[in-house]
Each structure stands twice: as C-alpha cells, then as structure tokens.
Design a protein around this ligand. Structure first.
Ligand SMILES: Cc1cc2nc3c(=O)[nH]c(=O)nc-3n(C[C@H](O)[C@H](O)[C@H](O)COP(=O)(O)O)c2cc1C
Length: 213
C-alpha cells in the first residue's frame, strides 16, 4: 500500500512538472512573440514614408479591408468614433476625386494629385463631435501605417475638406447616405504598390523632443 502511494505521488509530481514546463515554454514563446510584434511595429512606424509614384495594380480587396479596419481602431475622443472612411477602389470615382482635388489649386491644373495611386481612402469626420479633427487625423495615421505594414505605399493627400464642400463632392456623400451637412473631409489616404525607389526619411529637426526628467 505504502509503495502504491509513493508511486502515485511520483506520478503526480512528474505530471505537474511536465505541465509547468509546457506552460513556462508557452509563456516564453508568447513573450517572444510580443517582443517581435513590438519590434515590427516600431520598425513600421520609423520606416513609413510618403510614396508619390504607383503602379496601376489594385491591391487585393481583403488587404484594403484590413487597412480600413486598422483605421477604425484608431483612438477617438470619448470613443465617439466620429470619423468615417469612404473607400474608393472604383476607377471612375477615383478619377473624379482626383479632378476635384486638382481643381482646388485653380483652373488649368491637370496634374493627378493622387500620383497614379489606384485606391483612395477618404476620411471625413462628424463635426458635431468636439474632437472630430483629432479623431480623423488619427484614423489617417492608422491607415498610412497599416498600408506600410501591409507592404503598400501610401500618402496623405490634402484638400478633402474643399472637395467635399463642392456640390459634386456633396452629391457623392449623399449617394452613400452620408449627411453632407455634418461630415467634413480630413484627408485622402492614397495607396497602392510603390513604383520605383522607396523614399528615404529626411533628418528630424533638432529639439523635436523637450525632456522634463
Ligand atoms: C496634413 C497633411 C497633409 C499632406 N498633404 C499632402 C499633399 O497634399 N500632397 C502630398 O504629396 N503630400 C502631402 N502630405 C505628406 C507630407 O508631405 C509628408 O508626410 C511629409 O513630407 C513627410 O514625409 P514622410 O511622410 O515621408 O515622412 C501631407 C501630410 C500631412 C500630415
């Protein structure tokens, strides 16, 4: 009887030790994964650049959807989620937006302000929410960084405000059931596959950060 209890004790001890070993190994693997993810995020934040030359190829819809999802997870004041994203993959609408954007510079400006990028994610925000501008800008930031994380080029293109103040711009919003009296354009995140060399970061200015330690 004594021998049996001893054997049972040894069996339980071995089982516990092996469970702990597995748990410890899993924890270490998780920590390793977290560290890798953190390093990847830091690297993406430091290496994202504004791309101004694109191929015509439209990236897969699932990738564009994932990028939009990253946009929707940006922080917003009091979690009001004031921004919206109008994701334009339709060539005809993309070209109309490009013309409207260029027209903000005045007549006779035929340059494509979207630099040939095939996709435009327009961010607008609900101006009845106090933090609309900040909310919208953070969504833009998430979109730009998500594009980079997915291996795509991107750039913030301005003048979304002016474009969606025009009758044609407002009509695009109304067609989507968006209240054109409430929403104001924040920016256009153009995206696509980079053509040519990837731009390098310019040096950071001095005294960007003031420390109070
Ligand atoms: C609010 C805002 C508006 C911008 N508007 C334009 C634009 O209309 N056209 C453009 O080519 N780049 C635009 N940019 C991109 C900046 O020129 C770019 O971020 C800056 O030169 C730094 O380069 P980097 O993004 O590669 O670090 C804009 C960026 C911001 C934040």
């Amino acid at each position: 009887m004594k021998k049996l209890s001893f054997l049972m004790f040894v069996a339980v001890a071995v089982l516990m030790a092996s469970c702990c070993g597995e748990k410890c190994a899993n924890k270490a693997a998780d920590e390793n994964k977290n560290e890798t993810a953190m390093n990847t995020t830091m690297n993406d934040l430091l290496t994202r650049r504004s791309v101004r030359s694109y191929t015509d190829e439209v990236p897969p819809m699932e990738v564009i959807e994932e990028i939009c999802k990253a946009g929707t997870y940006a922080p917003t004041g009091m979690n009001k989620q004031s921004p919206i994203i109008v994701a334009v993959t339709n060539r005809e609408v993309r070209d109309r937006l490009s013309k409207l954007n260029g027209a903000v510079f005045g007549p006779g400006n035929d340059r494509d302000p979207f630099y040939g990028a095939p996709v435009v994610l327009v961010v607008l925000a609900d101006t009845t929410v106090f933090t609309w501008k900040e909310d919208g800008s953070l969504v833009m930031g998430n979109l730009l960084n998500a594009c980079h994380a997915k291996g795509l080029g991107s750039c913030w293109i301005h003048r979304a405000k002016e474009v969606f103040e025009t009758e044609e711009g407002k009509a695009i919003l109304r067609d989507l059931g968006i209240d054109d009296t409430k929403y104001v354009g924040i920016g256009n995140c153009i995206l696509g596959y980079t053509a040519g060399d990837y731009p390098e970061a310019r040096p950071r200015k001095e005294n960007y950060v003031y420390w109070i330690k």
